[in-house]
Each structure stands twice: as structure tokens, then as C-alpha cells.
Design a binder for this molecule. Structure first.
Ligand code: FA5
Length: 345
């Protein structure tokens, strides 16, 4: 092949590339042209390169130079077309997106209503001087029952009413087994842990999950949260307990909330009460409370002649439901974002 013919075919190829790449209108067409001109297997450039072998050796340097020029020129035409269609590094000032289109609003997460409630309760109780403490969700029977004055034969310890851990299977046969572990059934366990470790006087709350094999219904769930409160000092009275709970209820549920105390029984308080609020024509129980039983102080080596205290345990879900107007506790745990999103913090 003569040098002249080789140069002519290269010029022809460049002309063809120019006219098609200057007007290419879509990325699909551009891709087809890229394959056509510079495709590694059957591209036109490749085909012309193969012809170089047939050129007389004295003309080969000139042919190689021309080949390189045309190959680079076609590549730069491809780059320009790519930029123009918005596919590559931008070289023109033309925006590749339409800035006048409305933006896509990012979906923001938010705190679960129960988490919001917990934060709110901590804030209210903090203002009343209660410090926040924590305790483990997996407990031994000493903290969950024995130290709380719940005797071995008490129905509250029944394996059917608790989530004993598999390691404690033998508990079913022997409820007095002190090594048995369970998912705590109440946050009152934290009362014991705090009095074991912190100096008196003390004023604490503890918020966390508790577990009971209760059948789910509108107001019961097998996992729920409680807020435990404990105030131990000299001369703590039932009147103070009632004032604190009333203050708490009006701060959290509004000044018009109606609260009532019903005489009740808990092994670890004496006297004991159950605490209800009025909602939608019914009294709803939201917690239990009472004066710390001297037996509890004694189990911990605390002088019950010198120290007195009150304790309370409130259901966090029921407080949250009342505040947000949620009528079925199960809705809180269906993980339906459309439902949960309604309760923005
Ligand atoms: C107790 O758990 C006592 N530890 C409370 C206490 C603490 C009394 C300190 C005295 C001194 P009770 O089992 O009643 O008490 O539960 C307290 C609250 O937890 C209930 O009023 C209710 O609001 C909530 N609750 C109980 N069971 C469930 C459940 N399955 N689902 C949702 N909330 C529940």
C-alpha cells in the first residue's frame, strides 16, 4: 500500500468521525460510534493500523506519525462528545443537570416515640433532683426476687410468668435455685443494685426494658419499659411520694390530668399503692409505688430505723400512649415507619 493511499484513508476516517461525533445526540449513539472508531477488536482505527504493515519501510515513520495524529484527533472528538452529553469530565460551562428542577428532599430519621418519652421523663425527673442510673436486663433471682422480699413460693416467681434463661432450666424444678438467671420482670431490681453500691441518702430513677410472658393486647406487650424511682433519706414520707408522682404526672401529661392512688400490695413496699390516670372515660393504671419495706432495707444491711424511702415503677409505654394519643401498645412495636413518623420529636 502506498503512503498516499494510507494517508487518504486516515483523512477519510477523521472526516467521518468529525461529522458523526459533532452531531451525536445520545449516549447510546456515542457508545456505538466509540466501538465503530476505536473499538479494541473491530474498530476502524485498528483496521487502518493493520494496513501499516503493507507500507514500504522507508515511508513507515511518516505513516506512523500520521496514524498517531488521526487516532488522537478521533479520541479527542470522542471526549468532546462525551462531555457535551454529560458523561465525562466537564469542559464546557453547560450544566449537565437541570438546576431549575425541584430537589429531592432527603428522608430524615427520628427518634422512636418510646425513646422520645424516655428522654422527656429523664428531663422531668432530673428537674425534681433524681439522678439516672442503669441496671442489667439479665438478672439473677436474688436481685429480681429475694432482695425484693418476694419469697420462694410467691406466684411472681413462677416459671410461667417469667423468662428464665435456658441455662436456668433447672429453675423450673427448683425455684429456690439462686444461680438461676432471667430477663428482669421489673426495674425494681435497680433499687437493690443502687442501695448495694451507692451511699445514702439517694434519689435515683432508672429507665429500661423489662420482660414478661404477657399475651399482647392493647395495653400489654411481652417487652415493655419501666421507669423506676427510689428516694431514700431520713424521714421520707408517703405524702412526699404522692407529691412527686402528682408533680410528675402534671409535668408530663398536663395540668388537667386526673391521678388517683389505690391501695395495693407489693412485697417490697408497705404501704403500697397503684397509680392511675383518667383517659377516655377510664382509669388506666400506669404504675405501682409505696414506702420501701423494712425487709428490703434489712436484706441490704441498711438500718430501717434510721432510713426511710419510697419507690415507684411506672409503665413507660402507657405514659407515652397517653401523651401521643396512641390507643394500642402493639402499634409501637410493629416497626411501621408510616405510623411512627407521626410522632416527630
Ligand atoms: C411493678 O412492676 C412494680 N415493680 C412497680 C413498683 C415499683 C411498685 C416500686 C412499688 C415500688 P406492675 O407489675 O404493676 O408493678 O407494673 C408496673 C406498670 O408497668 C404497670 O402499671 C403498667 O403501666 C406497666 N406494665 C405492666 N405489665 C405490662 C405489659 N405487659 N405491657 C406494658 N406495660 C405493662
Amino acid at each position: 500500500m502506498s503512503l498516499q493511499n494510507f494517508i487518504e484513508s486516515l483523512d477519510g476516517l477523521l472526516d467521518e468521525a468529525k461529522s458523526s461525533l459533532d452531531t451525536v445526540a445520545s449516549n447510546e449513539q456515542l457508545e456505538a460510534l466509540r466501538v465503530k472508531f476505536v473499538g479494541a477488536k473491530n474498530g476502524a482505527i485498528k483496521a487502518v493500523q493493520k494496513l501499516m504493515g503493507a507500507i514500504e519501510s522507508e515511508h513507515r515513520p511518516a505513516a506512523g506519525k500520521k496514524f498517531n495524529e488521526v487516532r488522537d484527533a478521533i479520541q479527542s472528538l470522542l471526549d468532546t462528545a462525551t462531555d457535551r452529553l454529560g458523561g465525562g469530565t466537564k469542559t464546557s460551562n453547560e450544566p449537565s443537570v437541570d438546576p431549575t428542577l425541584p430537589g429531592v428532599r432527603p428522608v430524615l430519621g427520628q427518634l422512636h416515640p418510646i425513646t422520645q418519652t424516655i428522654e422527656h421523663l429523664k428531663e422531668i425527673m432530673g428537674r425534681l433532683g433524681f439522678n439516672v442510673t442503669e441496671g442489667p436486663e439479665i438478672e439473677d433471682t436474688w436481685h429480681n426476687f429475694v432482695a425484693l422480699n418476694i419469697p420462694e413460693d410467691h406466684p411472681a416467681r413462677d416459671p410461667l410468668d417469667n423468662f428464665y434463661l435456658a441455662t436456668a432450666k433447672k429453675q423450673a424444678q427448683n425455684p429456690s435455685d439462686r444461680d438461676a438467671m432471667l430477663l428482669r420482670s421489673q426495674t425494681s431490681t435497680v433499687q437493690i443494685r443502687v442501695m448495694e453500691t451507692q451511699p445514702l441518702p439517694l434519689r435515683i430513677i432508672s429507665l429500661g426494658r423489662v420482660y414478661r410472658p404477657d399475651a399482647p393486647d392493647a395495653t400489654h406487650f411481652p417487652m415493655f419499659h419501666q421507669m423506676e424511682g427510689l428516694w431514700v433519706d431520713k424521714n421520707v414520707t408517703m405524702a412526699q411520694l404522692k407529691s412527686v408522682l402528682r408533680l410528675f404526672a402534671t409535668s408530663y401529661l398536663g395540668s388537667d390530668v386526673r391521678v388517683r392512688f389505690r391501695p395495693s400490695f407489693f412485697p417490697f413496699t408497705e404501704p403500697s399503692v397503684e397509680v392511675d390516670y383518667w383517659w377516655n372515660g377510664n382509669w388506666i393504671e400506669f404504675g405501682g409505688a409505696g414506702m420501701v419495706d423494712p425487709n428490703v432495707f434489712q436484706a441490704l444491711g441498711i438500718d430501717s430505723e434510721k432510713w426511710s424511702g419510697f419507690a415507684f415503677g411506672l409503665g413507660v409505654e402507657r405514659l407515652c400512649m397517653r401523651r401521643f394519643g396512641i390507643v394500642d401498645i402493639r402499634d409501637l412495636y410493629r416497626s411501621d415507619v408510616r405510623f411512627l413518623r407521626q410522632f416527630a420529636s
